[in-house]
Write a protein of this length. Structure first.
Length: 145
């Protein structure tokens, strides 16, 4: 990374402390990415978005106090931010994944499982974070029925 380039600032919102730790470690492998904060739920995440002004949000779906899709819908209405949904519920082409994209998510990834290792996920996650950081969501209108 050249001195003139700024690292992509990422906020991770996931109720699992282990997932937040793993994602932070995986993203830290790339000097062009900086995890500026983490949050255990969308309510804390909302405050951290205001405070930390991340470039990209990583968001889980199943969390206490508010689910990720409800939060995503509110976020895109009030403070659009390039968001990657990372959830075990968001398998490719699933209803949940399609709904997340409809609500304004820039991308959707499934969390690692038996056939998908953390190392594979880390490489994909770093690439997706840098790609969605280039998206301008400011001023976009999302219409939902």
């Amino acid at each position: 990374m050249r001195a003139s380039e700024r690292a992509v600032k990422v906020l991770i919102v996931d109720d699992s402390a282990l997932v937040r730790k793993i994602f932070t470690e995986e993203l830290a492998r790339d000097p062009a990415i900086e995890v500026v904060g983490t949050a255990p739920d969308p309510v804390v995440g909302r405050d951290k978005i205001v405070q930390l002004e991340p470039d990209v949000l990583l968001l889980d779906i199943e969390m206490p106090r508010m689910d990720g899709l409800t939060f995503l819908e509110k976020l895109m209405r009030h403070r659009p931010l390039p968001t990657i949904i990372v959830s075990s519920l968001a398998r490719e082409s699933s209803d949940v994944a399609l709904r997340a994209l409809d609500l304004g998510a820039a991308d959707v990834m499934c969390k690692p499982g038996s056939s998908y290792s953390v190392r594979d996920m880390g490489e994909q996650l770093r690439a997706k974070v840098k790609a969605v950081a280039q998206i301008s969501v400011a001023g976009q209108w999302y219409c939902h029925s």
